[in-house]
Design a protein around this ligand. Structure first.
Ligand SMILES: Cc1cc2nc3c(=O)[nH]c(=O)nc-3n(C[C@H](O)[C@H](O)[C@H](O)COP(=O)(O)OP(=O)(O)OC[C@H]3O[C@@H](n4cnc5c(N)ncnc54)[C@H](O)[C@@H]3O)c2cc1C
Length: 417
């Protein structure tokens, strides 16, 4: 990772961005390129959050299926959100090209695999709606043709979207930070934001931001803290559910075995609520992830999750029974109560978050779009046009006490549906 800006902590900036992941760095790059004095305040180090730890799947679509989206928001708004989700992948590709980021970006496509016949049946319906309403083609893969896509016999069929891509996320976030710095952004590591207050110093509106490295005044603030959103921004903390996601990687696989498991090198995930996602890395390891523990990462949840994931991986690929696991780690996802990304303004403070495990492309995209908004753009962001619900009955203060119940609920749903 690049190091942050060295030297004195500045007393002011035009825009303070909280969090140096995809959202914050993409926003900082856009702002700095427009000549805005932007200071990124990062509690840890550049890319420390989910942005360096994810599965590197640059996916189309959103977490929710188009049927649910159109029922909830109407087809017109869903169409715009879907178009944005496709544009977000182009956006990542464009940044990688423009900034010359060596991060193994590749348009390898993704494969969703059905754990039940009913899930597979729903793929055909989705593909039809997506083709008709969004002119986007998805390919249905019947069970008999699955061996050309995946070396596993447990699934009922699949659906391929060739638009999705894969990336090495840690290299990508490092490249994004380099690009933001080169454009003139300041990035301060170990600068945890503790408190934000509206202030009017010498008659000028803006915010006073108290950090562990000192105070800074800024005209605008953008919160880009995702699953690590804290009591420094209480109104947002109440709307975000932090959920753990965990990954293991195997030792390097022989070329022939790698080819058998994933002949087309797709980004793969299954159709369960408690889903598994997996892919080959460029150096031919199986990277296998899932929401094995639900609670955010600790040494304990990582250790427990690694074993659960290994068992899951062997169920999918019995060929890996004797393969060594070389790495295991975890990170925190940001779910909103409606499982949607959100971007907008709350109490005069900008935010973009709620990616629900689909943040590689969307965080990059929304970071830049909110930055454009801060610069005065009047272009609509469809995710700003939807309601941003909090917990039912307001029964949530940012501590997800209900996670064990939610985890059990989704396990039962996976079992019965
Ligand atoms: C294990 C795992 C696998 C995933 N796999 C995929 C995938 O394959 N594809 C996909 O699209 N998405 C995936 N995701 C989701 C994706 O990684 C995230 O949506 C995305 O990285 C969010 O980026 P971000 O910049 O908004 O947040 P983050 O990268 O989490 O950055 C937030 C930053 O804010 C900082 N911060 C928090 N509070 C403060 C404060 N008070 N002061 C200063 N700084 C603060 C944190 O230190 C952190 O660095 C995965 C996530 C995880 C955890």
């Amino acid at each position: 990772m690049p190091s942050g800006t060295v030297g004195e902590f500045p007393p002011n900036a035009d825009v303070a961005v909280i969090g140096a992941g995809f959202t914050g760095l993409s926003a900082a790059r856009t702002l700095a390129k427009r000549g805005v004095k932007v200071a990124v305040l990062e509690a840890n180090t550049i890319g420390w959050g989910a942005s360096s730890r994810n599965g590197g799947m640059v996916l189309t679509g959103m977490k929710l299926d188009v049927g649910t989206l159109s029922k909830r928001y109407g087809m017109e708004l869903t169409r715009r959100m879907y178009a944005d989700s496709l544009a977000s992948i182009d956006w990542v590709e464009q940044i990688v090209r423009e900034e010359n980021i060596a991060c193994d970006f590749s348009r390898c496509g993704h494969l969703e695999v059905a754990c039940k016949q009913s899930h597979f049946d729903s793929y055909a319906r989705s593909a039809e709606v997506v083709a008709k309403e969004f002119s986007h083609m998805l390919r249905i893969v019947p069970r008999s043709e699955l061996p050309s896509e995946i070396g596993s016999s447990i699934y009922f069929g699949g659906m391929v979207d060739k638009t999705s891509a894969g990336v090495n996320p840690a290299r990508y976030v490092a490249g994004l930070a380099d690009a933001a710095l080169k454009a003139g952004a300041l990035i301060y590591e170990n600068a945890r934001v503790l408190h934000i207050s509206k202030t009017l110093p010498s008659g000028v509106g803006g915010f006073e931001i108290k950090t562990s490295r000192g105070n800074i005044f800024a005209r605008d603030v953008l919160v880009a803290t995702s699953g690590y959103t804290s009591s420094a921004t209480p109104a947002l903390q109440k709307k975000i559910i932090p959920i753990g996601s965990f990954i293991i990687t195997t030792e390097r696989l022989p070329e022939s075995l790698a080819k058998e498991l994933s002949p087309r090198n797709r980004m793969i995930y299954d159709s369960k609520h408690y889903l598994y996602y997996y892919r080959l890395t460029p150096d031919k390891r199986m990277l296998f992830g899932g929401r094995a523990a639900f609670f955010p990462e600790t040494r304990n949840t990582i250790r427990r999750s690694a074993e659960i994931l290994r068992q899951g991986m062997i169920q999918v690929f019995p060929q890996l029974r004797d393969t060594k696991i070389e790495h295991a780690w975890g990170g925190t996802l940001d779910f909103c109560f409606d499982t949607m990304p959100h971007a907008g303004e709350i109490d005069g403070i900008y935010y973009a978050l709620g990616y629900a495990g689909h943040g590689v492309a969307m965080a990059t995209y929304l970071g830049a779009r909110v930055a454009q908004k801060i610069c005065g753009s009047s272009d609509e962001i469809p995710y700003a046009a939807i309601p941003f619900p909090g917990a039912p009955l307001g029964l949530y203060n940012g501590r997800p006490w209900f996670l064990p119940f939610a985890g059990a609920y989704y396990k039962v749903l996976d079992w019965i549906r």
